[in-house]
Design a protein around this ligand. Structure first.
Ligand code: AGP
Length: 608
């Protein structure tokens, strides 16, 4: 995610801005920049790469000298990582700004502004809002901001300088967070508390469509009509490390809670007129229509996301999908033919086995599509086609939000492919895409609904030595991910098993009190799954069922039931993943493990 900072006060502004941006590095970024009032003019310094690269450039060209300005670290969404695409962006001669978020209607706005004679230099949506604000500015910053916000759709937090308002800073937000920090004789804006906690722990939370005005006399707030707003001053009692976790105990828990935003940020720009729109990734209806065999190749959690993709694509688009573990794929002489599509899923984009698998597929004539979270990573750079997920940096070794956005992209791709193959009508595709677009709201509810019960049930798992996760169809794919989550952070052995396969041997493992987590969200298979659950319960298992809020599951079947909201059956994995993540999290936490950095594991496995 991008990071925004701003400062007005007696200190060296450039020094404060760069220092504050360093405290936001954990959010991940690929370029950085600042803009400072120097001798009555706005001086901008920005560079691709790390903050050290920006500092080196400023040292060589002159560090902007002043006491008021804005700064930014960019996590590329629109436009590749580059100096010209980095923030701050100028809009004409009057406005300079930094932005965090996604402007959903930037294309239409850009076309309009170009028709009005505006010239653009970058590929970003941010420059569009800078140019629009400049276009609207007639000397009253509040009026110009209000008019601009009435025209812009999407999520944003903006830090703004107006050339004729020297020493003043304006800020406004909608969806993307922004705080206003205050201390004796100085004030700040920041995307998050960590950026400013070194200078002050007192801050205001900017609410949607509220405008903050910072100058050397202090800070004031107003609404879009210019009416003054009195706000409550808050005090952060976090230390630096806690602040980076946003007040959560661990990055993993923070990232579980970030999933609604991550899904929204990933899919919203890929839906146009209610239908999946992947043209930006050079994926057109035509390019999908001719595909008759798909391979999905990945490792670990990413491979489990591919398993969900297999069920969705085969069921909806009727295209055969083979899912492979990358380390197996690259050595089993896969029978790839010209024109096959090989999808590589990877959060880091640097996993050695996945990168090697992609190179092998390309050498055999396959078209490769990468689904990657880390911008500019090796897999992202080498794939023929690329869909970036926008989960923001995932710090915890155990992947949660990256998995969630990977399966979200699987659904988008599956719906688009089904439409391109004529397997579903445009109306059906629009309906399904609408359900997908509603998932962030249901995810918020799910997290709130199941957090306590997962915390309680985790207590029942602490002493377990072996655990089974069972399910059918999509629930089986989900069981794989639930099992890996538990294993990798709680160190309890578990195994995901197709519920219908238990009776062919594995059921002999069931002992009295052995926990079995049954994922039962597929109502079309519910009766069969319940029969399998009864088989293990009859042999003494302690059964925990994850199902929707309407499923008819009684106490004779389950010792514990975790219910999630009911949505389209094929999309239930997006909600049922949450209790599986939280069960693993709380079990690990209660066992006293290092949840974010479990033993023996690395966040990105860049070796074979
Ligand atoms: C997931 O919780 C694990 N940390 C691990 O399985 C991970 O998903 C796997 O190493 C693949 O990583 P990638 O997505 O960065 O390629």
């Amino acid at each position: 995610m991008c990071g925004i900072v701003g400062y007005v006060g007696p200190k060296d502004c450039s020094e404060v801005l760069v220092d504050a941006l360093r405290k936001l590095e954990y959010r991940g970024y690929d370029s950085a920049g600042i803009a400072v009032f120097e001798d009555g003019k706005i001086k901008v310094a920005k560079e691709k790469g790390r903050l050290d690269d920006l500092q080196a450039k400023m040292n060589a060209e002159g560090v902007p000298a002043g006491n008021a300005g804005i700064g930014h670290t960019r996590w590329a969404t629109h436009g590749i990582p580059s100096a010209v695409n980095s923030h701050p962006h100028k809009g004409g001669e009057k406005v300079t700004l930094v932005h965090n978020g996604i402007i959903e209607n930037y294309k239409e706005l850009k076309e309009y502004l170009i028709s009005q004679g505006r010239v653009f230099v970058s590929e970003t949506d941010t420059e569009v809002v800078a140019q629009l604000l400049d276009f609207n500015y007639e000397g009253d910053p509040i009026k110009a901001i209000a008019k601009t916000l009435s025209q812009v759709e999407g999520s944003f937090a903006l830090g703004i300088l107006f050339a004729d308002r020297v020493g003043e800073l304006f800020a406004v937000r909608r969806e993307s967070p922004l705080i206003v920090g205050v201390s004796e004789g100085e004030s700040f804006i920041a995307s998050d508390v960590p950026a400013i906690i070194k200078y002050t722990n007192q801050y205001y939370l900017l609410e949607h469509d509220e405008i903050a005005h910072l100058d050397f006399s202090g800070v004031s707030f107003c609404d879009l009509e210019g009416n003054a707003i009195v706000k409550e001053l808050k005090v952060a009692d976090w230390n630096q490390e806690a602040a980076e976790k946003g007040g959560y105990e661990h990055f993993m828990l923070k990232e579980i809670h970030e999933q609604p935003t991550a899904v929204k940020t990933t899919i919203t720009p890929r839906i146009s007129d209610g239908l999946p729109c992947l043209e930006e990734c050079s994926i057109t209806v035509d390019s999908l229509r001719d595909i008759n065999q798909i391979y999905i190749v990945a490792c670990g959690t990413a491979m489990h996301a591919g398993m969900v993709g297999k069920y969705v694509i085969e069921k909806m688009a009727k295209v055969p999908v083979i899912v492979d573990i990358a380390s197996e794929f690259r050595y089993r002489d896969p029978l790839i033919k010209e024109g096959d599509l090989v999808i590589i899923i990877s959060q880091s984009g640097e996993t050695a086995d996945s990168l090697a698998a992609m190179r092998l597929a390309k050498s055999m004539g396959a078209k490769t599509l990468a689904i990657v979270n880390a911008k500019g990573s090796s897999i992202a750079r080498e794939a023929d086609m690329l869909i970036y997920t926008h989960a923001g940096p995932e710090i915890a070794v155990a992947s949660t939000k990256a998995y969630m956005v990977q399966i979200a992209v699987m659904y988008l791709l599956g719906f688009k492919m089904a439409l391109s193959k004529g397997q579903i009508t445009e109306d059906e595709c629009r309906r399904l895409t609408g359900v997908l677009a509603s998932v962030p709201v249901y995810l918020e509810k799910t997290i709130a609904d199941v957090d306590d019960v997962c915390n309680d049930i985790a207590t029942q798992l602490l002493e377990a030595e072996n655990l089974l996760y069972i399910g059918r169809g999509l629930d089986y794919a989900l069981s794989m991910e639930g099992s890996l989550k538990l294993k990798e952070i709680s160190y309890i052995h578990s195994e995901a098993y197709a519920a219908g396969e238990l009776k062919h041997g594995t059921i002999s493992l069931i002992t009295d009190g052995m926990p079995v987590i049954a994922v039962a969200t597929q109502n079309s298979l519910l009766d069969k799954t319940v029969s399998n659950i009864k088989e293990v319960k009859a042999r003494g298992a302690m059964v925990i069922v994850v199902c929707d809020e309407e499923a008819q599951i009684g106490a004779d079947v389950a010792d514990y039931i975790i219910r999630v909201p009911k949505i389209e059956e094929s999309l239930m994995p997006m909600l049922a993943a949450v209790p599986l993540q939280l069960l693993a999290y709380y079990t690990s936490y209660k066992r006293g493990n290092d949840v974010d950095k479990p033993r023996n594991l690395a966040k990105s496995v860049t070796v074979e």
